[in-house]
Design a protein around this ligand. Structure first.
Ligand code: GLP
Length: 239
């Protein structure tokens, strides 16, 4: 993995440049996208570049990492809503090529259909990741098998507490999520993980310098041939 330590603003610009380069060379690229507060700077930069005519998503396809089970796409805390609001409503990615796991239909057929759709689209060219404080990627919590495909996970109390800041109360935070599996993520041709802030310092140390273990799901990225980890100085503080 390549480690880049830079300011939050420069990380957004440098990661956005990877999207410009990818889409210039391959306009119909398949993008794996993420939610959370971390990618917001990158998404704002992609919207700005689109408005400036420097990037187009018109031939691209997207697959998001995860979705809360039980939340409809219209719920303001659903990840589909987040993506529409922060990126898709502002760029030219056609709606029919936007994919977010369903939070309402989590049948085995639908879950395996998500991996099948990624494969049918040609596989993910560039997968974007944030990281949970416990090292989760997507919603693959510690202990998730490294060979997992898209599946439903039970969220840890820790994750629900961290994410409860976006809900009225902890009780409202869904207990389960549908997420791409670790194998699904690792199948991407290239990966960007962004970590911002001191709350990520411990999991970044384990991700970059610790052993590869299912207990720190992001540590598996050490085995990926084309993975860039962008950290701000606070997230890199323990390296
Ligand atoms: C959620 C998402 C992850 C994300 C994580 C970190 O748990 N499922 O994909 O990486 O939050 O969120 P944040 O970027 O807000 O720190």
């Amino acid at each position: 993995m390549e480690l880049i330590i830079d300011s939050k603003e420069n990380i957004a610009a440098r990661a956005a440049k990877q999207y410009i380069d990818l889409l210039k060379g391959k306009p119909n690229a398949v993008l794996g996208l993420a939610t959370g507060s971390t990618p917001l700077g990158l998404y704002a930069e992609l919207v700005r570049l689109y408005q400036a005519g420097e990037i187009s998503f018109k031939d691209a396809t997207s697959f998001n990492l995860d979705e809360y089970v039980g939340l409809p796409p219209t719920h303001d805390q659903s990840y589909k809503y987040f993506m529409m609001h922060n990126l898709f409503n502002h760029v030219d990615l056609p709606e029919e090529r936007i994919h977010v796991p369903s939070g309402l239909d989590t049948s085995a057929e639908t879950l395996s259909g998500y991996d099948a759709a990624i494969k049918a689209a040609g596989g993910v060219d560039l997968q974007l990741l944030g990281i949970g404080n416990n090292g989760h990627i997507g919603f693959n919590e510690p202990g998730t098998p490294l060979e997992s495909l898209t599946h439903v996970v039970e969220l840890t109390l820790d994750t629900r507490e961290v994410n409860s800041r976006f809900f009225q109360s902890l009780d409202e935070v869904p207990t389960h999520a549908a997420t791409m599996g670790i194998r699904t993520v690792m199948n991407a041709r290239s990966i960007i993980l962004i970590a911002l802030g001191s709350a990520k310092a411990d999991c970044i140390k384990k991700t970059v310098q610790g052993p590869v273990t299912a207990e720190v799901p992001a540590s598996v990225l050490q085995l990926h041939p084309n993975c860039t980890i962008y950290c701000d100085p606070e997230a890199a503080a323990l390296l």
